[in-house]
Design a protein around this ligand. Structure first.
Ligand SMILES: *[C@@H]1O[C@H](CO)[C@@H](O)[C@H](O)[C@H]1NC(C)=O
Length: 185
């Protein structure tokens, strides 16, 4: 069905009824990362980011966990997007909040564990609570090109917070920009 729809879009593009935006190439820029106050009581970390191509990068680093984390904590994940020309107008595209152990047994298990288990010492999804320890991860790669057909230009913000009671106690956000290739630097 999707393929069929895409064919029609492509055909329409070919006869010139819509622009050829479907064929647009994108560039991704990493616009930095920040943590909220108090995070340093829970985690210390460092990382290095290597840009592999216009759309791909890999990241390596260390995370030292300082406090035991159990189901008394919740994890919140948020993905937001703002249009390129109005970088402050973020809209949440995906938001999730779950007690830590449930998060490990669902989201972490389904979407993260497989891609991390061979390149890090991150915990198994059954492990919870998490005792203080030092974690490492090496060459975790991301290539936006794989998501090309979904990719839309804009400012993207990924937020991840640790919540205790009603309070965000640790975490932070990172920002990325997706732009048409060659638009500017
Ligand atoms: C990053 O942290 C790890 C573990 O704490 C440490 O061994 C390493 O030297 C640090 N690297 C840098 C570049 O600071």
């Amino acid at each position: 069905m999707i393929r069929w729809i895409r064919k029609i879009i492509l055909l329409t593009a070919l006869v010139g009824l819509v622009s050829t935006e479907e064929e647009q190439n994108y560039e991704m820029h990493f616009d930095g990362m920040e943590t909220i106050d108090g995070s340093e009581n829970y985690f210390h970390y460092n990382y290095t980011l290597d840009k592999k191509s216009e759309t791909a990068f890999s990241v390596s680093g260390f995370i030292t966990q300082l406090v035991t984390l159990d189901n008394g904590y919740k994890l919140q994940f948020k993905l937001s997007r703002a249009p390129l020309d109005s970088p402050d107008q973020y809209e949440v595209m995906l938001g999730l909040e779950k007690p830590l152990c449930e998060y490990m047994a669902s989201i972490y298990k389904l979407y993260l564990y497989e891609s991390l288990k061979d390149i890090s010492n991150f915990p198994h999804y059954d492990q919870c609570p998490l005792e203080p320890t030092e974690y490492w991860f090496k060459d975790y790669s991301f290539d936006g090109d794989e998501y090309k057909s979904f990719l839309k230009d804009g400012h993207y913000k990924i937020e991840m917070y640790l919540i205790k009671g009603d309070e965000m106690v640790a975490g932070g956000l990172s920002k990325m920009r997706v732009e048409p290739a060659g638009s500017n630097q």
